[in-house]
Design a protein around this ligand. Structure first.
Ligand SMILES: Nc1ncnc2c1ncn2[C@@H]1O[C@H](COP(=O)(O)OP(=O)(O)O)[C@@H](O)[C@H]1O
Ligand SMILES: [Mg+2]
Length: 152
């Protein structure tokens, strides 16, 4: 997926995000950066793989629309939380904090209801920043609460 933005501030933010994504590249549960730079119109772009189901929020919205929300059960929630925890540990080890862990920022690359299986990758490093000294690792409590709310 290619993202581009209008305006110098947006372009600077996009390139900052690309630089942060470079630092956390190579983890199974972090969205890989495929390319970034300036296009032929000198506009900034970043390129990443496309997640077929969009974000977890997108997937749950579709399941709800289709009356199939029960297809996403506790086993899926546990898998998502475990994978995002691994991604956050990797981000932390790279000296960064994501700062926007949410259902719309975890992209779903595969999903099966039975047997329950879901694969997610953390995306959107637009709010990420450097770790502060002795700062604890970011948790997934907020994401868990959000998922429980969406599944009600
Ligand atoms: N690679 C991708 N594949 C599929 N959907 C994506 C992808 N990247 C972003 N999206 C969709 O676009 C939304 C916004 O993307 P995001 O990178 O989080 O930007 P923003 O800074 O606007 O929140 C995501 O919540 C998801 O629905
Ligand atoms: Mg986002």
């Amino acid at each position: 997926m290619r993202s581009a933005v209008e305006g110098r501030q947006g372009e600077a933010a996009l390139l900052r995000e690309a630089a942060l994504m470079c630092r956390v590249r190579g983890h199974a549960h972090v969205l890989p950066l495929l390319n970034f730079g300036l296009d032929h119109n000198m506009r900034a772009f970043v390129e990443t793989p496309i997640a077929p189901h969009g974000s977890i929020k997108d997937l749950l919205d579709s399941l709800e629309f289709e009356g199939r929300l029960a297809d996403f059960g506790d086993a899926h929630v546990e898998q998502v939380l475990a994978q995002v925890r691994l991604a956050l540990a990797h981000v932390h080890a790279a000296g960064m904090r994501h700062c926007d862990v949410a259902a719309r920022n975890a992209l779903v690359f595969s999903f099966s209801s039975q047997p329950p299986a879901v694969e997610v990758k953390l995306c959107d490093f637009g709010s990420a920043r450097a770790l502060r000294p002795r700062e604890a690792m970011e948790g997934v409590d907020g994401l868990e609460a959000e998922l429980r709310e969406l599944l009600k």
